[in-house]
Write a protein that binds this ligand. Structure first.
Ligand SMILES: Nc1ncnc2c1ncn2[C@@H]1O[C@H](COP(=O)(O)OP(=O)(O)OP(=O)(O)O)[C@@H](O)[C@H]1O
Length: 280
């Protein structure tokens, strides 16, 4: 099949999403008229002002929020609800306190009836990849916040989803832990020599995080969210985090995204540096 005819992994066409609220069940629009195509293996970040509908979009892809109008397709099929080919990593690691690290990572596999010798072995490899091989038998209360979030990531990876959905997974961590987890996610993402088989949609407020990790950064406008920029981050992979963060192109991409987020500041001719204003 030719490149142009291949079905995209995810397709949003004139997509509108929202929530019914209050007694009147009034419909509040969160996302309006979005057209977006994501290919297999792409790492996409979505940034935008608070309340612009980033989480609503992610939840719609997860099948947790219904489509109000337009289309939202995975592998050419409309999303009707949650499915095992899509896994979410939330901001806070919701681990079962009575289970060990390993048992927590098994959870999704158990629910899907797929826990067996082979998937147990894969779980061990994943825990090794996220640097938790020595903590397999530990309970969550013996772990730091960063380690718990690694377990959360391992749990999502263990079910081998087609799409990994990240809702600000490092947002609640201190700056140093966040940076080390960003570096690790970058390394994990690039560890397969044949390229990633999983596609990522990553919600973040941190512009530098989006440039570090992504192939493309989607910028949404203030509520209701519409796409105001779709910026390809063309830095080759594998990226070495310490080098890429210091590359002048890195700062240029951060500025481009910040300008798309705050067009009024560009119009006013204000200077905007990635170092001082990297958060949305
Ligand atoms: N469960 C809900 N019920 C009603 N309205 C909701 C619900 N969840 C979100 N909204 C509304 O939908 C809009 C988009 O919210 P959403 O959480 O998707 O934005 P966001 O971009 O992820 O925000 P943030 O960056 O602050 O997390 C907001 O107006 C919000 O108030």
């Amino acid at each position: 099949m030719s490149e142009s005819k291949r079905t995209p992994l995810l397709q949003a066409r004139n997509l509108r999403l929202g929530h019914r609220t209050g007694r009147s069940r009034e419909f509040v629009v969160a996302i309006d008229s979005i057209d977006l195509t994501i290919d297999t293996g792409e790492f996409i970040s979505v940034v935008g002002p608070s309340g612009c509908g980033k989480t609503t979009f992610l939840e719609a892809v997860a099948g947790l929020v219904p489509v109000a109008s337009g289309d939202l397709l995975v592998n050419g099929t409309p999303i009707k609800g949650p499915a095992r080919n899509r896994a979410i990593v939330f901001q806070s690691a919701s681990l079962f306190p009575w289970r060990t690290v390993e048992q927590n990572v098994w959870f999704g596999l158990e629910v899907q009836g797929r826990l067996n010798d082979e998937t147990r072995q894969r779980t061990q490899q994943i825990l090794h990849t996220v640097g938790l091989e020595k903590y397999m038998k530990a309970r969550p209360d013996e772990l730091s916040g960063g380690m718990r979030q690694r377990v959360n990531l391992a749990r999502a990876l263990a079910v081998s989803p087609d799409v990994l959905l990240f809702d600000e997974p490092f947002g609640a961590l201190d700056a140093m832990t966040r940076e080390s987890l960003q570096d690790e996610l970058l390394r994990i993402w690039q560890s397969d020599p044949d390229g990633p088989k999983t596609t990522a949609i990553f919600i973040t407020h941190d512009v530098t995080e989006s440039v570090l990790l992504s192939d493309r950064v989607i910028v949404l406008s203030r509520n209701p969210g519409r796409i105001v920029a779709d910026i390809a981050i063309t830095a080759p992979r594998p990226r070495i985090s310490s080098q890429w963060r210091l590359d002048p192109k890195f700062t240029e991409y951060c500025s481009e995204i910040l300008h798309a987020l705050h067009p009024e500041q560009k119009a006013a001719g204000r200077s905007m540096t990635a170092a001082t204003e990297s958060s949305v």
